[in-house]
Write a protein that binds this ligand. Structure first.
Ligand SMILES: O=C1O[C@H](COP(=O)(O)O)[C@@H](O)[C@H](O)[C@H]1O
Length: 226
């Protein structure tokens, strides 16, 4: 794992946005389009704000999510709502967005629709930006998740799975580890000493979902600030 430290939230957001912009530009030059999977939660807001201001051929960028809470897009906890509010504005509104929520009562019943939407997503992803909770979850790979073993299989064939877990406020849907680790560029974006300690614990063998990413993705680059 490569480690990149910044002094504060703004600097971290700026550095990561510049890095991701470079990756997306290179992908557009090489293949005519670029794919980007983003995490939700609180940490990515300033990063998305910075990324939205970057000079890119946004009409050639396809954006999706690493995971989603099974709530409609206008719900305050929607990761899609976060992307729409903080990234898909100005020139960046020209990007194509593939949401992971479908209007269905459960992620299990909505899964076929989401899976068929993902057929339009060129793989491997050019860039995936993971986050991490203080419980060691990343994407929606939650400790004790009902589909955790399947989701964390680095050779698994599923691209997207439902997930329910005691530590998750609502049912989830998540891209699989096997899809995420194939990303041409894979980043982990975290802040704070607690998350740093959790990551250290995982790298020393603690049984945490983020540990599965560390084991399966030696190309992971972590962007952190205190
Ligand atoms: O629920 C989620 O949490 C994690 C971490 O979020 P943060 O607020 O601690 O930054 C996030 O990576 C994931 O995408 C999201 O669904």
């Amino acid at each position: 794992m490569q480690w990149h430290s910044s002094e504060n939230t703004e600097q971290l957001a700026h550095t990561l946005a510049e890095t991701v912009t470079g990756d997306l530009r290179a992908a557009i030059e090489a293949r005519g389009q670029a794919t980007l999977a983003l995490s939700g939660g609180n940490t990515p807001k300033p990063f998305m704000e910075q990324l939205a201001r970057c000079d890119l051929a946004w009409s050639k960028v396809i954006v999706t999510l690493v995971d989603e809470r099974w709530v409609p897009a206008d719900h305050p906890r929607s990761n899609a709502g976060l992307v729409r509010s903080h990234l898909l504005k100005g020139a960046a509104a020209q990007a194509t967005f593939i949401p992971l929520y479908a209007h269905a009562p459960t992620p299990e019943s909505g899964l076929p629709r989401v899976a068929s939407r993902l057929d339009a997503l060129p793989l491997p992803l050019d860039v995936a930006v993971l986050g991490m909770g203080e419980d060691g979850h990343t994407a929606s790979f939650f400790p004790e998740g009902d589909h955790l073993r399947e989701a964390l299989d680095p050779n698994g064939s599923a691209r997207v799975l439902p997930m329910r877990a005691p530590g998750a406020e609502e049912p989830r849907i998540t891209l699989s580890l096997s899809l995420l680790i194939k990303a041409r560029a894979l980043y982990l974006h975290i802040e704070g000493d607690t998350k740093r300690r959790v990551l250290d614990d995982a790298s020393q063998g603690a049984d945490l979902p983020i540990g599965a990413v560390l084991n399966a993705a030696p190309n992971l680059q972590t962007y952190w600030c205190p």
